[in-house]
Ligand binder design. Structure first.
Ligand code: NAD
Length: 403
């Protein structure tokens, strides 16, 4: 992608992590590239995805579950991919965002493997980006066989009304107090979150609910760029009771519940072309989106320990490869009673959840590192930004616009 919109400079500098609260404001280009390569290598070692989709559009393709989806489709099924994201290129000698580097690395690896890949950087909530994407599909691919909807965003400008909506992470109905983890300082403390208002709920649904997914699918259908038998999937989460007040039963849960409404509408829309829409309930993993949710990083630190002990810990790429190979394109998809695909089965195993619940009662600042995988959490978090990857010399100056 270098040269597309990046203002390349020849300056090199040593890039170190700079953490501000729950985000890291720097990223390492070579580390991000190594991270993408590792995911590609994982997929290449797995059996090929049976009957894979040939042409795939991933909305939210630069990090987390969306990036894993793009990698699984391309390297597990030789798909031609178009990836959309909202990322920052390197400017004035400053590093680009991790998602920018990931996407540049993906494009490079896809090209080396002889696979078509096109990346579009812009606001996926806007009609402008939808139209631009449709033009690219018409020109390069004709039609699309799979649309992955994997956006996680704190705000959205509604393209119909021009109104800006802001999502919030709040409980509904009553305030919620529980343990949380200050990931920056390694401190376990209580947090109280006041309940969201009706307006907060509507705002969060407007950003993270089903409407943007429906708008995309309607636009793509109207443009005639959805192939016969097209599939589309959006990602969701349920998790354990300890997180429900701030997740499943909170404002974000209301938005995720709205996906269950939207999936039915999209299914109807796709019926005439033999298409199908899915919601997939995924496992909790460390991503830029999940690190911002109170309570969740502490839960993930405990969960990872229990999953790792049982040798069943999966990251984004293991989850998504499994979703594609055994569910979306497998011959025995397993639906829950609400018709959703479930790849959170290992996370939700009774023995795992019972162990996590017991640890939850005990965990405090003093025993955090001994009874949880907080160290793993921290290293996974840094890896999201390209830090801590083997084989990278982090003391060596690097050109932040090298990708
Ligand atoms: P993430 O933060 O890693 O990725 C978000 C993606 O959205 C990035 O590619 C980003 O560039 C893109 N994006 C954000 N705003 C955009 C905009 N306006 N225009 C274009 N692109 C934009 O998030 P993630 O954790 O991978 O989450 C993806 C989905 O998976 C979400 O729906 C999330 O709720 C769901 N999910 C996440 C988890 C988890 O534990 N992380 C678990 C289950 C489900």
């Amino acid at each position: 992608m270098a040269g597309e919109t990046s203002t390349a400079t020849a300056t090199t500098s040593v890039i170190k992590p700079k953490i501000r609260g729950f985000i890291c404001v720097t990223a390492h280009p070579l580390g991000c590239e190594a991270n993408v390569k590792q995911q590609v290598e994982y997929v290449k070692k797995q059996p090929p995805i049976p009957n894979p989709p040939a042409r795939v559009l991933v909305i939210g393709a630069s990090t987390g579950y969306g990036l894993a989806s793009r990698i699984a489709a391309a390297f597990g099924g030789k798909a031609k991919t178009i990836g959309l994201f909202f990322e920052k290129p390197s400017e004035g000698g400053k590093p680009a965002s991790a998602g920018w580097y990931n996407s540049a690395a993906f494009d490079k690896l896809a090209k080396q493997a002889g696979l078509y890949s096109r990346s579009i950087n812009g606001d996926a909530f806007s009609f402008e980006i939808m139209d631009q994407t449709i033009d690219v599909i018409k020109k390069d691919l004709g039609q699309i066989d799979l649309v992955v909807f994997s956006l996680a965003s704190p705000r959205r400008k509604n393209p119909k009304t021009g109104q800006i909506h802001n999502s919030v992470l709040k409980p509904i109905g009553a305030s919620f107090t529980n343990k949380t983890l200050d990931t920056d300082r390694g401190i376990v403390k209580d947090i109280t979150i006041e309940p969201g208002t009706t307006d907060d709920i509507a705002e969060t649904v407007a950003v993270m609910g089903g409407e943007p997914w429906e708008l995309w699918m309607q636009k793509l259908k109207d443009a005639g760029v959805l192939a016969e038998g097209v599939k589309t999937v959006a990602y969701s989460y349920i998790g354990p009771e300890v997180t429900w007040p701030v997740y499943k039963d909170g404002t974000i849960g209301a938005a995720k519940g709205d996906l269950d409404r939207a999936v039915k509408e999209i299914d109807k829309l796709l019926q005439p072309i033999g298409g199908k829409a899915y919601v997939s309930i995924n496992q909790a993993i460390v991503t830029q989106a999940s690190s911002a949710i109170p309570v969740v990083p502490l839960y993930i630190s405990l969960l990872f320990r229990e999953l790792r002990k049982r040798n069943i810990l999966e990251g984004a790429i293991e989850q998504i490869y499994r979703l594609f190979a055994t569910q979306l394109y497998g011959d025995k998809p397993q639906y829950d009673e609400q018709g959703r695909l479930r790849i959170d089965d290992l996370e939700m195993r009774d023995d795992v959840q019972a162990a996590v619940a017991e640890l939850w009662k005990q965990v405090n600042t003093e025993n955090l590192t001994s009874i949880s995988d907080f160290d793993v959490y921290k290293s996974e978090f840094l890896r999201l930004f390209g830090f801590g990857l083997p084989g990278i010399d982090y003391e060596k100056p690097v050109d932040p616009a090298c990708l």
